[in-house]
Ligand binder design. Structure first.
Ligand code: TNX
Length: 555
């Protein structure tokens, strides 16, 4: 009797378990590993087949994005997919449609992507959204479609899905630093390609620093003739003693023609290049070219661009001629970069020379200012007014808060979130870039196993957990947080491979922190998607740091 009952219970349990596992198998139709995770994705039944018969349909306005889709698929298809008119009957089509009505719910970067057995439809209110829809579509295909070389003449199967997606933040940035090590045009383009694939939309280029000036300015030719070249470069870490140098001249700069080319290359991938021209500090390369702009021109006649890292005390003397110099440079910069935001640095400006100079001290008194901090604030304000009059906005590192923030300024908060919080509370816009979570020049694993880096420790898991909105601000103030940016400072990064190694996979985690809904974040699931995603990086030839089990443990 008891035995019989036991058997019945057991059989019942087995049936229940098999029903449950069956239904969960249905529910868990393998979900494509999309990075960054879309807001909403429903996986359906069946597949769409991309073949030589597939046509691409786009109206006049979405045309450019259709061409980019066709271009992207050339290596995988081995030929260019043909275009068709909307009315044409085809063997299945990929349609790109601009639908202004979607702006209300999805903004201009959001999109819907429907993959049905007989068609694929991407819709967005903006060209950027179509572009991002295409990026997601590529991730629905096997990883090898990301290869730029391989040519396969096969049909590709796309799983049926229904995706609705839009970014959480509008500023999803990365910074590169050609000032410390020059980055040739081709390598910048390569970096932009990888960014676009991950839906980043801002590339800050740190174009000037103590160690080199990297942009042609017609009015001041010596900036690149002298300021773009240093005699040699430090080998090893700045803190290692004695210091050793490589004895090799290093330098380079972008001509204005090259800058235009980069700006349009980036724009075609919906990336805005934000130029950064450092002032009043990090100014040694400028003073090497034009000693009259320094605080002590007589003493600074033989100055040369710095050959090691750190912060030089050579600072702009904010005489009328110095302020004018900055405005002249920015005039040429604005003509080259359509970016609404112009970054003027403003960080780490050592005030030693201003303190030592009777002339600057007199200037401070005459302007009725209290100290050197207020002089810097006064100077930044001149630049703020100048940029605003031209319809642009000044953005600077959080030191621009000291001595009073210029009225139109946007703050990039790097020394923690504090600067960002102060600025947001005061009603200023903010881009978060704290050293704690966004300094990709820091180590990402055990030092003894990693290539030389500046220091610190920023593992993948920590990047993934980054939350740009500080708890300390209200929802209203949070609207001032435009987004965040990760920095690849270049002191210890001198090749494209190393730059990619420092950027990936951390940038995969970072883009998800900026794009995907806050509540959807799940590190375990992210790393499991990442194991598939890195195959795309491999196919695309991106030199990333291999995933390790520690990535999961170091949470
Ligand atoms: C601080 S972040 C800097 C850079 C350095 C970086 C190295 C900032 C505004 N200034 O000049 O390259 O640290 O991590």
């Amino acid at each position: 009797m008891l035995n019989n009952r036991l058997v019945t219970v057991l059989v019942f349990c087995m049936i229940a378990m098999s029903v449950l596992s069956c239904s969960s198998a249905l529910a868990e139709r393998p979900s494509p590993s999309i990075v960054p995770l879309p807001v909403k994705m429903i996986v359906g039944k069946g597949v769409f087949r991309i073949s030589s018969k597939t046509r691409v349909i786009a109206d006049g306005k979405s045309d450019a994005e259709a061409v980019k889709l066709i271009d992207a698929l050339v290596p995988a298809m081995g030929f260019r997919l043909k275009r068709a008119g909307a009315a044409e009957k085809t063997g299945g089509a990929i349609t790109l449609t601009l639908a202004a009505g979607l702006a209300k719910t999805l903004g201009s970067e959001g999109y819907t992507l429907e993959v049905k057995a007989d068609r694929i439809e991407i819709k967005s209110a903006g060209a950027a959204g179509l572009f991002y829809g295409v990026q997601t579509l590529r991730q629905l295909l096997p990883a090898k479609v990301f290869s730029v070389k391989r040519v396969e003449k096969v049909d590709w199967l796309v799983p049926c899905v229904s995706i609705t997606d839009h970014p959480r933040f509008g500023w999803r940035g990365l910074l590169i630093d050609p000032a410390r090590h020059f980055i040739p045009v081709g390598d910048v383009k390569r970096f932009i390609d990888a960014m676009a694939m991950h839906k980043f939309n801002r590339l800050q280029m740190h174009l000037t620093d103590d160690q080199g000036w990297r942009i042609e300015i017609k009015k001041y030719p010596l900036l690149t003739k002298i300021g773009a070249w240093r005699d040699e470069t430090l080998v090893g870490h700045l803190r290692a003693k004695p210091r050793r140098y490589d004895g090799k001249r290093h330098g380079g700069f972008y001509t204005q023609k090259e800058i235009r080319e980069l700006v349009s290359y980036a724009a075609a991938r919906h990336v805005t290049i934000v130029p950064e021209i450092e002032m009043p500090g990090h100014f040694r390369a400028v003073i090497s070219a034009y000693p009259a702009l320094g605080v002590f021109p007589d003493r600074q006649k033989d100055l040369k661009p710095w050959t090691h890292w750190g912060i030089s005390s050579d600072i702009l003397a904010p005489r009328p001629a110095g302020v004018q110099f900055c405005k002249d440079v920015l005039t040429e910069v604005m003509a080259l970069f359509p970016s609404r935001y112009i970054h003027i640095g403003g960080d780490e400006a050592k005030k030693t020379q201003w303190k030592q100079s009777q002339e600057i001290q007199k200037m401070i008194r005459q302007k009725g200012l209290k100290n050197e901090e207020e002089l810097q604030a006064w100077f930044i304000k001149q630049i703020d007014v100048f940029l605003a009059a031209k319809g642009r906005r000044l953005i600077g590192w959080d030191e621009i808060l000291q001595g009073g923030l210029a009225p139109g300024a946007t703050v990039m908060s790097w020394r923690g979130q504090r600067g960002g919080i102060t600025a947001a509370r005061a009603g200023h816009d903010v881009v978060m870039a704290p050293t704690s979570h966004t300094y990709f020049d820091n180590y990402q694993g055990p030092r003894e196993k990693e290539p030389l880096a500046i220091g610190g420790n920023l593992p993948l898991a920590k990047v993934y957990q980054y939350e740009p909105i500080p708890k300390a601000i209200t929802a209203e103030q949070a609207r001032h947080v435009l987004g965040a940016q990760a920095q690849l400072w270049g002191e210890y990064i001198s090749t494209p491979q190393h730059r990619e190694y420092m950027a990936y996979p951390r940038a995969c985690a970072f883009t998800e922190a900026l794009w995907s809904p806050r509540d959807a974040r799940d590190y375990e699931r992210f790393t499991s998607r990442l194991t598939e995603h890195v195959n795309r990086l491999t196919a695309a030839g991106i030199h990333y740091r291999k995933l390790d089990r520690a990535a999961k443990q170091s949470k």
